[in-house]
Each structure stands twice: as structure tokens, then as C-alpha cells.
Design a protein around this ligand. Sequence first.
Ligand SMILES: [Mg+2]
Length: 272
Amino acid sequence: VTARAAASDARLGAIRALLIDMDGVLVRGDQLLAGATDLLSWLERRGIGFRLLTNNSTLTPELNSQRLAGLGLTVPAERIFTSSQATAMYLNNHGVAGQSAYVIGEIGLRSALADIGLETPEAPDATDWVVTGLDRHVTYENLKTAALCLQRGARWVATNSDSSLPVEAGLVPGAGALQAAITATTGQKPGVIGKPEPHMLAMAAESLKVPPDRTAMLGDRLDTDIAAAAAAGMTSILVLTGVSNRADLSESAVQPTIVVEDLPSMMGAWPK
Ligand SMILES: [Mg+2]
């Protein structure tokens, strides 16, 4: 056992909560990845709390849970934390009940914002907030209204800043690409809640009542999952079944605490 392996062993042994990215970690497209089902029962047996964390703002936790169930993975909605929920929690902490927001986003974001009592008019002249996520039905009118609300003093919060999304056909515009149109218009930039910012991870660890230094983030992307863990002061585990590969790793300024090939090797690397 090398000194470096022993140090990783000690860090993993101290972990009481695991935050798990979904795409590229548990699932890829419509396929469950090896070890996904075993991982959740393995965590339960060890008494390690977990949350599934996704930057995807379009689905509610219930819809995410149904999607996973359709692939054969049972995860209760309460264990799933989306960037939309994190955004709603952030706004709720700012005491926004009764205030207004112009929203660009789908059901995942709209439903999370409805839960905190924020008014979300369809075509306002001015609002207290502009809240943006991915919206696959966005129109010029939507972008124009958001830009005008910002010019009239609204504060801007975004679920995440992913510029693109990988789908089978290639890369398609993400929430960050829509936001870029508003930034180009107004010169303003949103406060971002999702990964690579630390807010969402900090909220998830807090909900599990585990301090950041005993929490690990497991993800497949250096630029979001691993960067967010570093910003939140958490251990990070890069799994090589998704976006980032060994070549990316050797060129990256952001380095994970631990690198594993897949989920079975991650469970194998854990101290007994
Ligand atoms: Mg991922």
C-alpha cells in the first residue's frame, strides 16, 4: 500500500455522506451503469447518507425518480436534489415569499418555485427576480421579457450554467446558452446555484446533517462535479464512465481526491 493510497483510504473511511451525480455515474442515456443498484444498498449497509444531485433543472424529483425506476433503479424522490430545488431553497432563504419572479424554465423549476410562494407572472413589466434554467420551448418574447425585467432592477438567479447538453445526436444548447443571450443583451450575469458553484452541494450536505469535510461528491465531470466539490471543501471522486477521461484529467487544473474506473471499483477501493 502506497502512502497516497493510504491517505485516500483514510479520507474515504471518514465519509458519512455521498453526493452522487446521475448522468455518466448511475446512468448513461437509457442504460443503468454497472454497480448502480449495488451502490445504493451498499451505502445503506454502511450507514452513509446519500443524495442524487443533478444540474438538470427540467424535471421534478418525482419525475427523476420515475425516470430511474423505468431503468430499473429504485430511488425515492426525497433522495433526489435538483438545481431547481436548490434555487428555490436559495430564494426561500432570501425571504422571497410574496415577491415576484419572471421565470424561464420547465416544470422542474416552476414547481419548485411554486412551493416557496413566489409569484411568477407570465408577461410582467417588472419583477423582483429573474430566475432562469433550461427551457426547451423558450421564445424571443421570453428572452426579451427577462432582459427588460433585469433592466428594471430585477435580481438574476440561474439554476446552472451548463452551456451545452450531450444527447445522442451531439451537443445541444443548455441553460447557460440561453442565459448567454440575456447577458449579451443586458451585460448582466446571473448568480449560479448549481455545480460548479458550491451552493447546491452545501445545501445537500446540510440536509443530511453531515459537515463538508465528511462529505464526498461522486461525479463524472471535472469542470462541474469535481470543481464544485473543491469549492465546497469536500472530498471528490471522479468516475471514468462519463464525460471526463484520463486525458482530460492529465490536463486539468481541477484534480479530484480519488479517481476510479467505475462504481464497482469505487466500492472496492473503500476501506473495509
Ligand atoms: Mg454527469
